[in-house]
Design a protein around this ligand. Sequence first.
Ligand code: HAM
Length: 418
Amino acid sequence: MKITAQKGTRDILPGEIYKWQKAGRTFADVCHMYGYEEIRIPTFEDTNLFQRGVGDTTDVVQKEMYTFEDKGGRSITLRPEGTAGVVRSYIENGMASLPMPVRLFYDITAFRYEKMQKGRYREFHQFGLESFGSEGPEIDAEIISVVNVFFKRMGLNKISLHINSIGCPECRKAYNELLKEHFRPHLDTLCEDCRNRFERNPMRIIDCKVDAEKDIIKNAPRQIDHLCDPCREHFELLKKRLDNMSIPYVVDPNIVRGLDYYTRTVFEFVSENVGTQGTICGGGRYDGLVESLGGAPTPGIGFAMGVERFLLEAEAQGVDLGSPNKVKIFFVSMSDSARDKISKLCYELRLAGIGCEQDLMGRAFRAQMKYAGKSGIPYMAVIGDDELASGEIKVKCMEDGNETTVKIEDLAAFLLEK
Ligand code: HAM
């Protein structure tokens, strides 16, 4: 039986890994510029963490988690996202004693049992960050600006920022009552999940994938029209901060986000390009999460970006994502003595930080030339007895065909300049 990759998973092959590496390095660079430090959290956690953290009325917890019992009888779940694990780690490692705000970023895989679509996988990757301790809207704006700086550094545009406020537990109470009044007469038109969510978490109904197109959902009251004064002020100040940095945004009252921990600011970066999966990045504030997972009351905010979706978008926009080959020069050998000389030369060049390759397959001269032409390596040089005697080689630029005569001892300097 032929064994193939599981549905919703994919190999990232050498021909594309350079794009991932470039994006990952750029994201880390940008995070470092803002004072964020990388954190690595486990791939699996106690199932309770996600039930309590992400929320047991969400689609993610109800339908999409990879949960299993391990050999010790524990209920384990592959992380469907990074925030809950980072919060657990923050509490468990006593990070509350660090100077605030505590700023952490991550580059992780996540797992959700979802229907496969373009830009939607069962194992996917997220770049994300979380910040703890600061309540004011300044950090909300700063976090949003991290995404903008990353997009700009990668050369992306045409992605719009949508923001909303979904209030705090205080204004949520009154809003939930409003929602119930709105939905109560129409409960029988909603799906079973929505009917179950009605009592426990009516806001989740607005986020239902099954009922999304129904008028009763489209016409539901929006939290942003029913914020308490402190939440409204927080949102107004966030908008001011974004205006101050000239970061464009649209206020989108329909954003509720699919996870239960959010309070106040929520935001998404959206594209029209990536099939039906237009949300490249999503995040928001979660001022109650640390406390609900057993820590001291601590405000928090963060986001996560789907790396697959980001790369699809970057490609759709024709962004230059670097090149797959780090090797700069290929040496074609014309004799056994040249092969020995090339091995030594390659070793010395690599010590000097220059990527190079020689034939290791015993290919004849013509086959070596053919390989060099196909390899995508930008320079090539033929070395035979004449070159060894003169100590000079002709370095050919494969792009324009131009040849430059270079002394072998000057080769490293010549290539470093290129
Ligand atoms: P999320 O909106 O569930 O938020 O996911 C963030 C991003 O991950 C999405 O915008 C999308 O680009 C990507 N994503 C989600 N599911 C899939 C999938 N099945 N296949 C491919 N990409 C996917 C969170 O995960 C929150 N933890 C974000 C956050 C951090 N909020 C505060 N801090």
